[in-house]
Ligand binder design. Sequence first.
Ligand code: PLP
Length: 420
Amino acid sequence: MPSPDVLDQLPASIVERAAELDRRDPLASLREEFVLPDGVVAYLDGNSLGRPLTVTRDRLPRFVEQEWGERLIRSWDDRWMDRPTVVGDAIGRVVLGASAGQTVVGDSTSVLLYKLVRAAVDARPDRTEIVADTENFPTDRFILTAVAAETGRTVRWIRPDPATGVQPSEVSAALGDRTALVVLSHVAYKSAFVADLPAITAAAHRAGALVLWDLCHSAGAVDVHLDAADVDLAVGCGYKFLNGGPGAPAFGYVAHRLQRELVQPIPGWMGHAEPFAMGPDYVPASGIRRFLSGTPSILGMLPLEDMLALIERAGMPAVRAKSVLLTGFTVAVADEVLASCGVTVASPRDPERRGAHVTLEHDAMRAVVARLWDRGVIPDFRPTRGLRVGLSPLSTSFTEVATALAHVRQILTDPDTPAG
Ligand SMILES: *Cc1c(COP(=O)(O)O)cnc(C)c1O
């Protein structure tokens, strides 16, 4: 059984440091704007599913009553038709460093990734290779393999050291005049390694290739400057650090200069120049809207809009600054009290190269995570032996992290915990 005061597991200096970091946190009060039920002792999985905001909880019933229930189909004219680009522009402005007209919301990350990858390789018909890495998220690897097969191309796989992530030198070595497209995650989903986005983008361009960045673990946690880095394409997730809720739509970014050139492979009516003309032929809308296919989830965009408003109030530089302190504190506590139990830190120690989570490894982690969930401490487990401490900057406190790691120590030192 957990001890009544689990913080006894930690030296008093760590508990005091957590309290001091919370006192000094300029964003601490924003945590109160999330739904924080008593049964959750510590939530360390905001990188998989962000917590809802109370404003969202209160707005959803009103949406059902009024916008949907009363205005009914008229709401498409009132305000729904433009939501994919209005919310897209907000994502661009608040978290991507992207000027208006380049970001659209709709589909899942997987589907948007397929659409943009396919459009990109079709725009480089003479080039036969896609450069990617073996440590990327399954959806990314599966889709690249499928598009390569579908278009008669090959994927040139970089095999990065999981601890250090994809290096610009590895990308440069894989690039050539056969490269159509480079697809990488900005923040690695396992280690949280942050790739050098500006350097890799520039190297790809020197080789004449396009670049697509997967921003699932960056958007809302690590600041990104897509326009400044001259990025071509990007996709990212709505339900992680953007707190859009389960199945929230994803976003896609296509630089202005490419929008007319790229032809997306799913020409649906919502991306048509005149969706309600119901004409015989597909004529793509001008601008970023042409990358829509079918009707996007308006319901799923409500929580996203609320979170974007909160991030905009905080400002991305402040969000990133808190995130660096949260991950740094986690690494320090792991070194001080978990290393002696055999736990190793499998995320970068350099804060510049570290995203918003910290992966801790131990042979017993699968069992440890199951026990943590029973106690209301919720990180996630990533095979084969990783506990991911996801630190959503606006909804996580330092004391919450200390409490969670105290539970980890208590479980690891419990003789009843299976060794692995
Ligand atoms: C979470 C995640 C996805 C998820 O894709 P969905 O289709 O939106 O579920 C894709 N890529 C990466 C890198 C992710 O972390």
